[in-house]
Ligand binder design. Structure first.
Ligand code: TYD
Ligand code: MG
Length: 457
């Protein structure tokens, strides 16, 4: 049983229990429940003595205040944030250790501090000593930027200092290292993270500065400890990338001030993160033409078209049940495409191992990649290469029909820009799309998967 004044809190989802148990009923996590003191989190000690005062209701229409967004000078970040940083907003940046969060935010703070009028930027590191950050700044050639740097973990001190400042941007690296005296648990626990974030967010709203919180990611890929944190902030950005690949993707998963499907692409180089303005060129850089099992998918990430190479390898299996391995795409989606090819085109894939890879390490979630995947698979199976100057997009339905996808024209324009000569796409693209000016590409429309086979015969 809990001691008087204490409770048991799941460190993974924040669920509260009266006594300890091995598994959290709410999120299913094992060994995540620890004892915490009640009321230390800044939420539970609401006084019941004081009477509330009346709140005013207003109509839905009214003058909205124009938001003066801060353009950081790092365009990829600005776009993901919804067109610049909103003063008073709180941005949580999550990502695996070593992916480049500290590097990105140091570059952001330096860039903002060099803007007109030198807005005040505070970089507070709880993970690294001052010297370590200075070494990184030197490596990035940013050591002359007027950033205010400190190494601190005590939230009270940080709040007292920021209270007196004219901060425009504040970076806390990371929220898991921050510590508030009143809360009797270790830094990184749900109670600490929640209380520290709460205090900082309150101050950011009051003073109107942009607050970046760096958050670690657990093995499962969510921001460590508290899901709660994601609810408290305005924007959640994930910084992702594959080990061994040099490019990094900044993805918005929640944004109160912009779209959430936007991505920013960076390349990690010796002098830090470089913006990649033309991701398609990067993703296609190592492509070799005229190889079977490879094709180029014209995708859309957020508001931007991105061309990527899809590679499939089909080979006879030596297992009882054939292997299906997918990198960068949804494996259920692959099973569906394969099932359609088997059922509608009479292909026999049950004795074949199938490997699918999105080259370069990008993760695609669009169903529009179905057609490209199907063509890569058939191309590998028949050992016939597709023309290397062709892009493909289209969704496949269960009855084998090829369905229209969004924004065909932006996809085609991007392909045109990169020198592609032809495109394979769904036949039933809307009449409106047909009328609008098509680019200078040979267009091959395909209505259903049976016709795909003809391509290779
Ligand atoms: P870092 O920003 O410390 O990652 P995080 O804060 O997400 O843990 O990034 C560290 C990695 O980035 C490290 O493995 C070295 C690499 N790196 C470069 O390749 N080039 C650079 O200019 C810098 C500063 C780091
Ligand atoms: Mg770091």
């Amino acid at each position: 049983m809990s001691k008087k004044g204490s409770e048991f809190v799941c460190q993974s989802c924040g669920a509260v229990y009266a006594k300890w148990q091995g598994k959290c009923d709410a999120c299913g996590e094992w060994n995540s429940i620890i004892e915490e003191k009640k009321g230390g989190d800044g939420f539970s000690n609401i006084s019941t003595q004081k009477k509330g005062k009346m709140i005013d209701f207003v109509s839905l229409s009214g003058e909205e205040k124009a938001i003066n967004r801060i353009q950081t000078g790092i365009k990829e970040l600005d776009r993901v944030a919804g067109g610049g940083l909103v003063p008073g907003s709180v941005i949580l940046v999550g990502g695996d250790p070593g992916i480049g969060k500290s590097t990105l935010l140091l570059q952001v703070s330096a860039s903002v501090s060099n803007l007109d009028g030198n807005p005040e930027c505070y970089y507070i590191s709880g993970e690294e000593a001052i010297d370590q950050v200075r070494i990184r700044a030197k490596r990035l050639k940013l050591e002359q930027s007027p950033v205010h740097l400190a190494s601190a973990t005590e939230i009270k001190d940080i709040i007292a200092t920021l209270e007196k400042s004219k901060a425009s941007v504040v970076i806390i690296d990371s929220i898991q290292t921050m510590y508030l005296d009143e809360v009797e648990s270790t830094p990184g626990s749900v109670a600490q993270v929640r209380a520290c974030a709460y205090e900082l967010i309150k101050l950011a709203k009051k003073k109107g500065f942009v607050l970046f919180l760096v958050g670690h990611v657990t093995k499962q890929g969510s921001i460590a400890g508290p899901r709660v944190l994601e609810h408290m902030v305005d924007t959640v950005l994930y910084f992702e990338g594959e080990r061994g690949h040099h490019f990094r993707i900044l993805r918005a998963v929640k944004n109160r001030y912009g779209a959430t499907d936007e991505i920013g692409v960076f390349e990690m180089q010796d002098q830090g993160l470089m913006e990649v303005e033309n991701p398609s060129a990067l993703f296609l850089a190592e492509r070799q033409g005229n190889i079977s099992g490879s094709c180029v998918f014209a995708g859309i990430e957020g508001s931007r078209p991105v061309l990527v190479e899809i590679q499939a390898l089909v080979c006879p299996t030596s297992y009882a049940s054939p292997k299906r391995a997918v990198v960068g795409w949804d494996s259920n989606r692959l099973s569906m495409v394969l099932a359609v090819l088997e059922a509608r085109c009479g292909m026999n894939l049950s004795s074949q191992d199938i490997y699918l890879n999105i080259a370069g390490g990008l993760k695609i979630s669009e169903p529009a990649a179905d057609l490209a995947v199907a063509m890569a698979v058939i191309s590998s199976m028949t050992n016939k290469p597709l023309p290397s100057d062709t892009v493909i997009f289209g969704e496949i339905g269960l009855s084998g029909e090829i369905r229209a996808v969004s924004q065909p024209n932006s996809r085609l324009k991007e392909a045109n820009k990169l020198g592609f000569k032809s495109a394979i796409l769904p036949a039933n693209i809307g009449a409106k799309e047909k009328k609008t000016n098509r680019v200078d590409l040979a267009i091959h429309e395909i209505g259903n998967v049976q016709r795909l086979i003809n391509w290779f015969s």
